[in-house]
Design a protein. Sequence first.
Length: 81
Amino acid sequence: MLAGVIGLAIIGAAAGFLATRIMRIEADIPTTMLIGIVGALLGGLVIRLLLTVMGAMAGFVGAVLGALVVIWVWQTYFRRK
């Protein structure tokens, strides 16, 4: 539990630092960490929601992409000339 919170704080601090630099915002270290931690939580919830809602569709898209790769490999390496 404590390791997870510490890991979240470290990742959040890095994400907050990167986000504040990209958005060109001057903020102190606690504010930067808070921005990163809140962003990590919000981003994690959005990703989980999208994966839950789009789970079956993501599987279908993955299957189509896999089939395209198999066709490409077949045509590139096993095609009779």
